[in-house]
Design a binder for this molecule. Structure first.
Ligand code: S6P
Ligand code: ZN
Length: 199
């Protein structure tokens, strides 16, 4: 038996960064092209290609059953049209793998979706522990004026299925309303799938 060594990483609560992160992924608007509803607003903003979020992957652990991975996500404040900056969103490639999110700063929303298109939303602030059950796709949204930061912990063999949401979209989107953020149906949800099945 070879033992993986225990490790500890410091998460800077001031900004959500993990200075000792094994990898940092940066997602700009161009990486999320086509995911926001307002394509005109997206086209206008993409010229400047703003940073939408960064993911700090703490450790390079075996991507095997039994291990856990952990990371922080820092979503910048901002909007594309009425829609708040958000993550790409994914199902897990091993769809039965669950996940735990813990809010560290700012305010946001965790959007969840079943494969048949039922949406749930959970508001998140510092201190919120939110559970992503098996089979639910998930996306996070920054609904505040400051960066929204959370820690994620998930099975190391969960993997990513980005394709389903890239193709179908998310059934609900989060938009700014007169009384604050609102989750509304996405009129483009499964538009591509509908078009190809009705052709
Ligand atoms: C991984 C976990 C998070 C996200 C991160 C970015 O299972 O859910 O670490 O990867 O919040 O979101 P996305 O949708 O771009 O991977
Ligand atoms: Zn996940």
């Amino acid at each position: 038996m070879t033992y993986v060594e225990p490790i500890a990483h410091q998460v800077r609560l001031a900004d959500g960064t993990i200075p000792s992160a094994h990898a940092v992924q940066e997602r700009r608007l161009s990486d999320l092209r086509g995911l926001f509803l307002d394509l005109e607003a997206e086209a206008a903003l993409v010229a400047h290609d703003p940073l939408i979020y960064r993911v700090y992957d703490a450790a390079d652990l075996p991507k095997e059953d039994g291990h856990l991975l952990f990371s922080t996500t820092v979503i910048e404040p901002g909007r594309v049209g009425d829609e708040y900056f958000m993550t790409k969103g994914h199902f897990h490639a091993r769809a039965d793998r669950a996940e735990l999110y813990y809010g560290l700063s700012g305010q946001g929303m965790l959007l969840l979706q079943t494969p048949d298109g039922r949406v749930e939303s959970l508001p998140m602030v510092a201190g919120t522990a939110a559970y992503v059950p098996p089979y639910w796709g998930h996306r996070t949204v920054n609904t505040g004026d400051a960066p929204f930061v959370f820690l994620a912990c998930y099975p190391a063999d969960a993997g990513y299925d980005y394709g389903t949401i890239a193709r179908d979209g998310f059934a609900g989107i989060v938009v700014a309303g007169a009384d604050g953020p609102r989750v509304v149906p996405n009129p483009r949800f499964r538009a591509a799938t509908r078009a190809s099945t009705s052709a």
